[in-house]
Design a protein around this ligand. Structure first.
Ligand code: GLN
Length: 220
């Protein structure tokens, strides 16, 4: 039985908790506000919100280094929107002096890519591992969203791109990636009724621990 945490310093964490709680393999889904709690969970979601605020609160609560340690320990971690920015190794369009990032994903993100003209929009996406045909596209909600402007490692798998130009941003823009046990989506799956990416993340977590356990048994 798997224990999930959702970073709950700021932003849309409650919606992620609700979605996780409805998935059978999930034994618990708890809000994470303290470093000690990270030791009790198998996988983590970092929600959308405002990444500069989230980083400030994380630093003040002494969570930044424990979060980096969590990601380094290879436990599955998924960042949505601001959460994906937090998981990026590099972010553009940040305030001078930069902002604290957890890092882990070898990507560069452009924050607030769509500007104030197109604050938010919904778009149907093909997503690797999630959608199978044009009949079951994923309804992706973008809110002051980032895009992935550069992929900096061959270990990154591109899961989704925009399907249509949005303002100045063209359809090839990358909006979802995977690197090992890390997932990043520029949009907000927790604000829809579609829990396919949540179920995919839970399955990835289960597969990871099954493999880990087998490895441990074989090494005994
Ligand atoms: N614009 C926010 C940021 O830069 C992200 C918005 C979101 O998470 N919906 O952190």
């Amino acid at each position: 039985q798997l224990k999930f945490g959702v970073l709950a310093l700021q932003g849309a964490f409650q919606e992620h908790i609700h979605m996780l709680q409805n998935i059978p393999q999930v034994s618990s889904a708890i809000p994470i506000r303290k470093a000690e709690q990270l030791k009790t969970i198998d996988a983590l979601i970092i929600p959308g919100g405002e990444s500069t605020t989230m980083a400030l609160v994380a630093e003040r609560s002494g969570l930044m280094e424990p979060l980096r340690e969590f990601v380094r320990s290879r436990r599955p971690t998924w960042g949505t929107c601001a959460g994906m920015i937090m998981l990026a190794n590099e972010a553009n369009k940040t305030k001078k002096g930069g902002q604290g990032l957890i890092g882990g994903l070898d990507i560069t993100v452009n924050r607030n890519q769509f500007g104030s003209q197109i604050d938010s929009f919904e778009s149907l996406l093909h997503i690797n591992h999630i959608t199978t045909s044009s009949d079951d596209l994923f309804p992706a909600i973008f809110i002051r969203a980032p895009i992935i402007s550069s992929i900096n490692s061959s270990n990154i798998e591109v899961l989704a791109r925009l399907e249509h130009d949005v303002g100045e941003t063209d359809a090839s823009a990358i909006v979802a990636v995977k690197q090992g046990n890390l997932l990043g989506t520029a949009f907000h799956p927790e604000l829809t009724n579609d829990d396919r990416i949540h179920r995919y993340f839970v399955q990835l977590t289960q597969d990871y621990y099954n493999t880990e356990n087998e490895r441990k048994i074989n090494n005994l």
